[in-house]
Design a protein around this ligand. Structure first.
Ligand code: XUL
Length: 536
């Protein structure tokens, strides 16, 4: 067995997401050699979650039982052991957590963590350490009042964005904390530590309170996104005595400890296995997709679409997206923008105009030129956040900017794709994202017709990569990164650590003739969008 601190040749990545707890094991050649997942609804039915959460009757509050995450870790570790994962070869581990959610611990939590008894599962030991049993999570939108109060205290949405990287958002942890402080002051007083989901999972492995990493701490509205330190004004506006309850922020590539003896004794981990700071799922995905250089942008085409990438400069906006600290470059940043209308909206248009068939969709698409003869459409099936157009509907405009009721089917299919990608290009650029190449992921990234329009609208090549568990894999890559930095005793660029990883494959090249068309179209799109947003 390897016992030297950080000895071993494998890297473990965890992902505590909304619905599942996953683990992947990665070797030095970047191959995923094993993976395992525990689905909360199925494996732990006693918690009666749906999709891993409890939606409360007010329609706004959404929580998950904190002890469920602990119970899932027991199951995950047992499954890894049953499948004989070579845990004694793990040199370093890290993890990813759904962002923004908070875990509230009472004083005794720290001694319970330090004295974990390897004869018993974690669940029975941690049952009574929470002051808030139902953790608020990222789907919660019950804190409008607290958001307004934070923005008032700091001088408006733009001021909050400038300081923390995002305007005040309901799901961001400051506003959740302010709500608990206001509505349950006793609970707040009894809380010794408020962790994020990521740092809580790290604490379970370290056997002590874990520091927060700068990338995940960026999703709280509490950290100065430039200095990566707590912002005193935001702390004061949120709740009294908060800094002590939050602990330290460390760079995301920092080794924060070694695994508690519990894991060596009970599951055969190498006792010297390093624990690197855990981070949020979006920062971990950035690492998993290896977007290390400004200009590397990922577009995830899922139920909602997400655009994210690395940035050198920090230019937060109150009207769109988020700036986070970069998880692999302590001097850099990352931008993240969510678009609610993603695959479901594309499928809606396919069903309406293309006979419910992607083949027909692609055939229709080929009948129209880039730029759609000047037609522009906004397809808002679900209330949209980027741009904020809350009233569902289809807003179609002809080449002269006049609202029209219908488009022919071949124009309709092009309009939905061009509209979505123009929105991404416009709002991404507002945050400083200027792609030089795009990595497309998510369900719709297997569709060549969709990727061709993406490539033309942005004017850059589009790549695809098989990376189904990008957050968990990203956590494992970050563990490797932290391990290399520790070994060499200095910061080593992530790109250097990942240099020999297999390249992604190219799926589409832009048509140079489309450049001009889309540049002009982007201006018209922005004007029409402004009109729609102002009219709301
Ligand atoms: C990001 C966000 C979600 C969560 C859960 O701001 O709220 O992506 O991280 O995945």
């Amino acid at each position: 067995m390897t016992t030297k601190s950080g000895g071993g040749d494998l890297f473990l990545g965890l992902d505590a997401s909304t619905q599942t707890l996953k683990a992947v094991l990665v070797d030095r050649e970047f191959n995923v050699i094993a993976d395992e997942a525990i689905n909360f609804d199925h494996a732990l039915p006693e918690f009666q979650t749906q999709g891993g959460v409890h939606r409360h009757p007010d329609g706004l509050t959404v929580t998950s039982p904190a002890i469920m995450w602990v119970a899932a870790l027991d199951l995950l570790l047992a499954a890894m052991q049953a499948k004989k994962w070579p845990l004694n070869r793990v040199a370093a581990m890290s993890g990813s957590g759904q962002q923004h959610g908070s875990v509230w611990l009472r004083k005794k939590a720290r001694s319970v963590l330090r004295l974990l008894d390897s004869r018993r599962p974690l669940r029975s030991q941690l049952e009574s350490v929470f002051t808030v049993e139902d953790s608020p999570i990222w789907m919660d939108s019950s804190t409008r009042r607290q958001c307004l109060a934070l923005e008032r205290a700091l001088g408006g949405p733009q001021a909050v964005a400038r300081l923390t990287g995002s305007r005040a958002y309901e799901r961001f942890t400051a506003n959740q904390i302010a709500k608990i402080h206001a509505t349950r002051p006793q609970v707040y007083a009894e809380t010794d530590r408020i962790a994020l989901v990521s740092s809580f999972m790290a604490a379970l492995f370290m056997g002590d309170y874990a520091p927060l990493d700068a990338a995940d701490a960026s999703g709280m509205n509490l950290m100065n996104v430039r200095t990566k330190k707590w912002a005193p004004a935001a702390l004061r506006a949120t709740a009294p005595g908060l800094e002590l309850k939050l602990g330290r922020i460390v760079p995301s590539h920092r080794v924060i400890g070694t695994v508690q003896t519990y894991y060596a004794e009970r599951y055969g981990f190498n006792p010297g296995c390093l624990v690197a700071a855990f981070s949020g799922d979006n920062p971990c995905s950035l690492a998993g997709l290896r977007l290390q250089r400004p200009g590397d942008v990922a577009i995830s085409l899922g139920t909602s679409d997400t655009v994210f990438g690395s940035l050198r400069v920090c230019r937060p906006s109150a009207s769109e997206g988020h700036i986070f600290a970069n998880p692999v470059d302590p001097r850099g940043y990352m931008a993240l923008i969510c678009f609610k209308n993603g695959s479901l909206t594309r499928e809606f248009v396919r069903d309406m105009a293309a006979d419910k068939s992607w083949e027909v969709f692609a055939r229709l698409l080929a009948m129209t030129p880039a730029g759609n003869d000047g037609r522009i459409g906004f397809y808002i099936r679900d209330p949209e956040i980027t741009p904020p157009i809350f009233k569902p509907g289809i807003y179609r405009f002809d080449s002269r900017g006049r609202r029209v009721k219908t488009f022919p089917p071949e124009a309709e299919v092009r309009a939905v794709l061009e509209g979505q990608f123009l929105a991404m290009r416009l709002h991404g650029a507002n945050l400083g994202l200027r792609p030089t190449n795009i990595l497309a992921t998510g369900g719709a990234s297997v569709n060549p017709a969709v990727l061709k329009v993406m490539s033309d609208v942005f004017g850059v090549p589009v790549f695809v990569g098989e990376q189904p568990n990008s957050a968990a894999v990203g956590a494992a890559y970050r563990a490797l990164h932290a391990w290399v930095c520790r070994r060499r005793g200095r910061f080593v660029p992530f790109a250097e650590v990942m240099r020999d990883a297999p390249p992604f494959s190219k799926a589409a090249d832009p048509d140079p003739r489309a450049q001009q068309v889309y540049r002009a179209m982007l201006r018209r799109y922005a004007e029409l969008e402004k009109k729609l947003v102002d009219a709301k």
